[in-house]
Design a protein around this ligand. Structure first.
Ligand code: PMP
Length: 445
């Protein structure tokens, strides 16, 4: 009955049309690193929901916060001069965590796409207030994912996320980012970082710095396949943005609050962005919440122009008290339970344990990652590194066998993506990797 109603009435993200009456996985309950379906079967959650359940499922402190705050104040708006305690406390917490980067002000949103859209609008508005109203264009990276709104869609690097939605926002273009495993230039990481930084600089010179508002990138590309840039790339990008007076936006929707093994993605490269976009881990996915955080440099013209710098941008749920209370508890748990450190240690172990799979299985070209975000790159053969055709269903079959065996991983085109809760243990890694090993042994291309 549920299956039939689902097929008849629910449009599922990223899988339309899902009208084939296939038996979906009905997730009914969750606890810690596990979820349970409607038959009571247990699954190890190798996805953290969708890169987001950082503190683990059904954490008692999260449940208590939801109950207490819902009983006190679930919702009121924060437009203009209206405020509430949870949103102020969460803003204090986030800016405290981001003190080394000099981030000082938080704009709350309802999710990652909203945070990206907010960043783009704040960037344009910033330059307009500074009298540089030609600075409207944005540069992003090939292979990037910045969400579903038209700004983000226009900046997405992956064609499948944009090809049906034109005309897109003018003034958005993509340049090559460093992809160590698959690039036409070099195997030398430092050289690769320099080549891609040069590409960005040439693009800025070509389009004219006076026309460019910002460069936006994920510290580690997530949906594009967990692509970790070389050590010199982010510092070089920071230098270039400073040289040409272009704002640097870090889309930390996946990397924010610990997933990459440092509290923030760009911090892992010793770099501070001007604007950071957050969602997912900010509330561990228990409730929709996002945030766009800016430094003093970005905030300055708004403060100078006050009270005339009217920001005509805000979400009904900006500063949502229930969401912000949950966010604060989530970030406190990340600190109390040393989850950033755990993500680093267990993440290193995960990468180590994935290597034998690369050696053992013909169609795994590479295992890569940082912290508790990892990917397997699936190839037709290891010499050519040609990605397997997603239409072959190869990676879907691998993930289906894992699911049968009680482990949830994600197949995205020619990649397998792993992003478990930051509470994952080495034992959990062993279970996940052994199950994947079994699945790869059973599937052929
Ligand atoms: N930016 C990045 C880097 C993301 O990974 C995502 C979502 N996976 C988004 C933005 C969009 O976030 P949301 O789905 O919450 O709108």
């Amino acid at each position: 009955k549920l299956t039939e109603l689902n097929a008849n009435h629910v449009l599922h993200p990223m899988s339309m049309p899902a009208f084939d009456n296939e038996q979906p996985l009905f997730v009914e309950r969750s606890e810690g690193v596990h979820v349970y379906d409607n038959t009571g079967k247990q699954y190890l959650d190798g996805l953290g929901g969708l890169w987001c359940v950082n503190v683990g499922h059904s954490h008692p402190k999260m449940v208590a916060t939801i109950q207490e705050q819902a009983a006190k104040l679930a919702y009121y708006n924060t437009f203009g001069d209206v405020s509430n305690r949870p949103s102020v406390e969460l803003a204090e917490k986030i800016t405290g965590m981001l003190k080394p980067e000099g981030m000082s002000k938080v704009f709350f949103t309802s999710g990652g796409s909203d945070s990206v859209e907010t960043a783009l609008k704040l960037a344009r508005h910033h330059w307009r207030l500074k009298g540089q109203s030609d600075k409207t264009q944005f540069i992003s990276l090939k292979n990037a994912y910045h969400g579903v709104h038209f700004g983000g869609t226009s900046l997405n690097g992956m064609q499948n996320f944009k090809q049906n939605y034109g005309p897109l926002l003018p003034g958005c273009s993509q340049v090559d980012g460093p992809f160590p495993y698959r690039n036409p230039w070099t195997n030398d990481l430092e050289e690769l970082g320099q080549i891609c930084a040069d590409i960005l600089e040439r693009k800025i010179l070509h389009d004219g710095a006076n026309n460019i508002a910002a460069f936006i990138a994920e510290p580690i590309q997530g949906a594009g396949g967990v692509i970790v840039p070389p050590a010199n790339y982010w510092p070089l990008v920071r230098e270039i943005c400073d040289k040409y007076d272009i704002l640097l936006i870090a889309d930390e929707v996946v990397t924010g609050f610990g997933r990459s093994g440092s509290l923030f993605g760009v911090r892992g490269w010793g770099v501070a962005a001007d604007i950071q976009c957050f969602a997912k881990g900010i509330s561990s996915g228990y409730i929709p919440l996002g945030a766009t955080v800016i430094n003093d440099k970005v905030a300055e013209p708004f403060l100078e122009a006050a009270p005339n710098a009217f920001v005509a941008h805000g979400y009904t749920y900006s500063g949502h008290p229930l969401a912000c209370a949950v966010g604060l508890t989530s970030l406190n748990i990340v600190e109390e339970e040393n989850l950033v450190e755990n993500a680093g240690i267990v993440g290193d172990y995960l990468l180590q344990q994935l290597q034998p799979l690369v050696e053992r299985h013909e169609h795994i070209g590479e295992a890569r990652g940082k912290g508790l975000m990892a990917a397997l790159d699936l190839v037709t053969d290891k010499q050519s590194k040609t990605p397997v055709d997603p239409a072959s269903g190869y990676s879907d079959k691998v993930s289906a066998i894992c699911q049968e065996n009680g482990v949830l991983i994600r197949s995205v085109g020619p990649k397998i993506i792993l992003s478990p809760p930051l509470t994952f243990t080495k034992e959990n890694v062993d279970t996940m990797v052994n199950t994947m090993d079994l699945a790869f042994s059973q599937v052929s291309l």
